[in-house]
Design a protein around this ligand. Structure first.
Ligand code: PLP
Length: 407
């Protein structure tokens, strides 16, 4: 087999090597990406793509933002790793800058490496703090693929339904307050929710639902966990979603765009909870390592310097409006730059046709929904390019109605 560790290796050789050696857990696109800059990525043939998938919601500040690249490369030459057994200048900086982004009262962080680890950490902290076992989550929610996070992950397709998850769970429909209130009791440690459903089909609940969630938790002494792995760090138009509905959770989990592409996760912990946490309660060797912290500190600075939440709010509004006018689009859901484009036809052929035209978008569990999670640096011109590409693709592909009439 061709050694793929050299420039100029073709797409077929790269695909053959990954397929031969990587276990087959992912359904992959026939695409080998080699470079990124801003809202664009390039494949091994040199073809350029406008990236509205954002590397799966990760390229928050755009691909290879110069300040992020410089922070990581400079830290790599200074100290690549030392664990939490010692103090670190760059960890102190990351913690300080992230705490400044968090809602008032959530000024403590625990650093880890991924979204699922952040959620498991939050669940563990909630169970320890309340000394209760049960967790309430949403039927449509997604919180990660390791065992502890599969518990609150609703759709059974993500796990083997015959294998019990290790935490006791009650699940209710997203947005349904009476259903939630019915399962709340003094045995509930926490409610965990993605404030905007993403993988389960992009949707936002009424403001009153979030306020009801908070009240239902307070009534029985349960903690409220917002999984902001996708929604956090400005994507929905504010640093964290709760600000928009006047709700402060007890724990917020983050990952994905947090370090702009360097693997990192974080749990923001309410000060009252943090006060009761002692050495030995939890840990992670790589969590808060110097490279991840350099990346997190750079991203946190960019969120403020470039007003990324403001940009996401503004661009999201413009983009939703333009998309909602296209024939073939039935509605646009979501908030800021986490958008679901609901179509009158299956999304899959549209995703493929867009890719062939040099535009990357995602799908969700709703078969007629496109999912947009672009860098928050998306320009008005780039957004217009996408609207134009989608309108052409929709004009070329068949709507559900046309197909029904033809059959
Ligand atoms: N939570 C949400 C809302 C997610 O979308 C994801 C991943 O897509 C996760 C948790 C898990 O994150 P990770 O893949 O970093 O473990």
């Amino acid at each position: 087999m061709t050694d793929v560790g050299h420039d100029g290796v073709d797409t077929a050789a790269i695909i053959a090597a990954e397929d031969a050696y990587q276990v087959a857990t992912y359904a992959k696109l026939p695409l080998a990406l080699v470079r990124g800059e801003g809202c664009h990525v390039w494949d091994a043939t040199g073809k350029r793509y406008l990236d509205l998938y954002g590397g799966h919601c990760v390229a928050l500040v755009g691909h290879c933002h110069p300040q992020l690249v410089s922070a990581i490369t400079s830290q790599a030459g200074k100290l690549m790793f030392y664990s939490n057994v010692v103090y670190s200048d760059v960890r102190a900086l990351a913690a300080q800058r992230l705490a400044a982004l968090a809602p008032a009262g959530l000024g403590h962080v625990f650093f880890c490496n991924s979204g699922t680890e952040a959620n498991e950490t939050a669940l563990k902290m909630a169970r320890k703090h309340t000394q209760r076992r049960w967790v309430v989550s949403m039927n449509e929610g997604f919180h990660g693929r390791t065992l502890g996070s599969l518990g609150p992950t609703g759709p059974e397709s993500f796990r083997d339904p015959s294998y019990p998850v290790p935490v006791e769970h009650r699940r209710v429909p997203f947005g349904d307050l009476p259903a939630l209130e019915e399962v709340m009791g003094e045995d509930v440690a926490a409610v965990i929710v993605e404030p905007v459903l993403s993988m389960g089909g992009i949707s936002v609940a009424d403001d009153a639902w979030y306020q009801g969630l908070r009240a239902a938790c307070d009534k029985v002494g349960a903690l409220l966990i917002f999984d902001e792995v996708q929604t956090g760090f400005g994507r929905t138009g504010s640093n964290f979603f709760g600000e928009q509905v006047g709700v402060t959770p007890d724990l917020i989990t983050g990952a994905k765009g947090l370090a702009g592409g360097f693997p990192a996760g974080v749990v923001f912990v309410a000060d009252a909870l943090a006060a009761a946490i002692v050495p030995g309660d939890h840990g992670s060797t790589f969590g808060g390592g110097p490279l991840a912290c350099a990346a997190m500190a750079a991203v946190a600075e960019l969120i403020v310097e470039e007003d990324l939440p403001g940009k996401a709010a503004q661009r999201g509004k413009e983009l939703s409006h333009a998309l909602s006018l296209l024939p073939g689009v039935t509605s646009v859901s979501g908030r800021g730059l986490l958008l679901g484009v609901n179509l009158d036809r299956p999304a899959k052929p549209v995703v493929t046709a867009l890719r062939e035209r040099g535009v990357l978008v995602g799908g969700s569990r709703l078969p007629q929904q496109l999912r947009l999670l672009p860098p928050l640096t998306l320009s008005a011109a780039e957004a217009a390019l996408f609207v134009d590409a989608l309108s052409r693709v929709l004009a070329e592909t068949c709507s559900g109605e046309t197909r029904e009439a033809a059959s």
